[in-house]
Design a protein around this ligand. Structure first.
Ligand code: WTA
Length: 635
């Protein structure tokens, strides 16, 4: 038979590979083209200014306001498209079209101006996942003010520290949120906090359903101001690409959280692009990101990334298993969610209830699933893939950080790259020059553990640590000079897939929430009964990690069950209920080096029953024996 059959030698190459190559080979040209995706008030002179490295500046001289791209540009073409679907535990809902969101943000921006907020002023936002949270963020950004959102699961001391570090002039809050049918008081925390924050001039309170008690000199009610002001349009401030957009605090290795600073231009472009590359959002998509906006995941992929792309997002104010463990699946069905983004800890907690809860719902609208926050274990991956993804949907396991602004390593369905391996994060995104280094800064061999590093700047990278340039350089650019050090362990296989293994420093990931061990220790030792403490993380089947503390009491205090409970309570009241303890042990001394440093590594080995390793620098071995004994007695 000599029939002409349509064989083909060439095959289709997804754009990912080509784009990745271009991004590293011709970065200047690449970023110039990418930046054309956004609307600028005036063009930039320079793509990247490296003259003051590692304080890299992107798109220097250009004028752009992220809210122009997220709102003004969108209302021109999709005024009536839903920007935000919102729902709470009780099933109450609200929807805002791009036109309505635009109006709300303008109104809010006018009120901020009337309250005396100017370009560069810091505004601290302490709100739950209610529509006024993205609205107030956008309103700040619109007038060039700098927002700093504090997750509503943080308590008084955490709020005080953040306000004081940012020297915020205004605090925005509301009365409460509901969690599993119970009220969580928020304004009360602000009332306690602002007595210790001299920079705060006013507290703007958003009324929910009931009357709120106000402090006449300090508090102003949002609803009253709206009535007085009515609707006013506020033109977006023509901010520079390099002007501050927000500060978001995150934990590091000292007790003091770091104010991670992001700017209008670079962060704007990075969230805009990565949303397309990873989530592939199109006009009919409904994107449900279960994160709270108090974390970077919500900043980048509920607010700025999706809105700059004109997408519809769903935000849910509640927990996944209340009133029933199918709450999220109910929402997926109800809103026809197409792209779903969550954390491994949430998957693990829902797994426990069994797959029947997922099966009750029609999830056929879904087309991409995502994971973020910590490494996803194979068991959770398979459950997610099989039950939520019907054994057919890609799971993008996105590795990134508050500091990176947006996703760095992941599969990229938006660029045709669906290649997945369970428990691997995937390949770096275009522009991301990632590598794995040994302790002495050499590239590791495939399959050998090392530190992940990023070898050149990218637009979404942090611009600095608020008020602390030295800490920026020390934390991120001194372990390997000239190279960004994220503080995670990783391996890479022969095909270049990255697997992030977890933190390489004293930072915990409790249910995906980043908390420094030193922050918890600092709270513990502020308690009158505590002389010293060492906090470490231990593995937990659902939360990934939980905190365990070894505590030395001051003279005159005796160990008791009651004191144990009240110390745990004390930490939660001060730092927040997100700090979950796996144990708190009383000892008479902590393992220390001869120079007096607490050996957390030894505490960790004892608590997890692992070999002690090198203890030649240990000052007093009886400290280890005592700790062992205490733990045995307890378990
Ligand atoms: C961890 C959250 C493995 C990592 C966006 C990182 C992950 C820290 C993943 C940042 C992932 C985040 N796989 N580990 N897909 N995503 N991490 O600043 O340790 O709250 O350094 O940002 O979370 O946490 P952050």
């Amino acid at each position: 038979m000599s029939e002409n059959l349509p064989f083909e030698e060439r095959y289709y190459q997804p754009p990912y590979k080509q784009l990745y190559k271009e991004s590293l080979e011709e970065p200047e040209k690449f970023w110039r083209e990418m930046a054309e995706g956004l609307e600028w008030f005036s063009p930039f002179d320079k793509v990247l200014d490296e003259s003051n490295a590692p304080f890299y500046r992107w798109f220097v001289g250009g004028k752009i306001n992220i809210t122009y791209n997220a709102l003004d540009r969108q209302v021109k073409v999709r005024r009536n498209k839903i920007a935000i679907y919102w729902e709470n535990e009780k099933g109450e809902s609200r929807q805002l079209t791009y036109g309505e969101l635009y109006n709300e943000v303008n109104r809010f921006a006018k009120i901020l101006q009337d309250l005396g907020i100017k370009k560069g002023d810091r505004v601290l936002i302490y709100l739950p996942l209610m529509p006024e949270l993205p609205i107030s963020m956008l309103a700040c950004a619109r007038i060039g003010a700098v927002h700093s959102v504090v997750f509503s699961g943080f308590s008084t001391q955490a709020v005080i520290d953040r306000i004081n570090d940012a020297k915020a002039k205004l605090v925005i809050t509301t009365s409460h949120t509901m969690r599993r049918g119970k009220r969580v008081e928020l304004k009360r925390i602000i009332d306690e906090a602002v007595s210790q924050t001299p920079s705060v001039e006013k507290v703007l309170v958003i009324k929910r359903d009931e009357e709120i008690e106000l402090n006449e000199e300090r508090d102003v009610l949002y609803q009253d101001l709206i009535k007085r002001t009515g609707y006013k349009k506020v033109e977006p401030e023509e901010t520079l690409s390099t002007d501050p957009l927000f500060i978001l605090y995150t934990s590091g290795t000292t007790g003091k959280p770091k104010g991670i600073l992001h700017l209008h231009g670079g962060y704007g472009l990075w969230t805009y692009l990565t949303t397309q590359w990873v989530f592939d959002l199109r006009d009919n998509d409904v994107f449900f990101n279960t994160a709270d906006i108090g974390w970077i995941t919500g900043h980048s992929y509920i607010v700025y990334g999706p809105l700059q792309n004109g997408a519809s997002v769903l935000m849910y104010e509640g927990v996944p298993d209340y009133p029933n463990p199918d709450r999220w699946w109910e929402l997926v069905e109800k809103y026809g969610v197409t792209v779903f983004y969550t954390s491994p800890t949430a998957i693990r907690s829902l797994m426990r209830y069994g797959e029947e809860w997922v099966k009750k719902h029609d999830l056929s609208t879904l087309r991409i699933l995502g994971s973020v926050g910590e490494p996803i274990n194979p068991e959770a991956w398979r459950w997610y893939f099989k039950n939520v993804g019907n054994s057919s949907l890609p799971i993008v396991d996105t590795w990134w950080q508050t500091e990176t602004g947006g996703i760095m390593i992941s599969a990229t369905p938006g660029l045709g790259n669906y290649l997945l391996k369970p428990s691997a994060n995937g390949l770096p995104l275009p522009g991301v020059d990632a590598d794995v280094f040994t302790e002495d800064g050499k590239q590791v061999k495939p399959r050998e553990k090392g530190y992940i590093v990023i070898k050149r700047p990218w637009p979404g990278m942090l611009a600095g640590v608020w008020g602390d340039p030295e800490r920026y350089v020390k934390t991120y650019f001194s372990k390997f000079p000239g190279v960004y050090y994220p503080g995670d362990y990783a391996v890479r296989d022969e095909e270049g897939f990255f697997y992030i293994l977890g933190r390489a420093d004293e930072v915990l990931k409790i249910a995906g929430h980043r908390i420094g061990t030193r922050e918890i220790e600092d709270i513990l030792i502020s308690h009158p009964a505590v002389a010293e403490s060492a906090v470490i993380g231990v593995p937990d089947p659902v939360r990934g990690e939980v905190a365990v503390a070894a505590v030395v009491l001051k003279q005159g205090y005796q160990p008791s069950e009651e004191l144990r409970k009240s110390l745990i309570e004390y930490v939660k009241n001060n730092l927040g209920p997100i700090v979950v303890f796996g144990g708190l042990y009383f000892v008479s001394k902590l393992p220390k080096t001869r120079s007096g440093k607490i050996m957390r590594r030894v505490v960790r080995s004892v608590i997890s029953g692992q070999p002690l390793g090198d203890v030649s620098t240990l000052e007093d071995e009886t400290s280890v024996d005592e700790l062992k004994k205490v733990i045995e007695e307890f378990s």
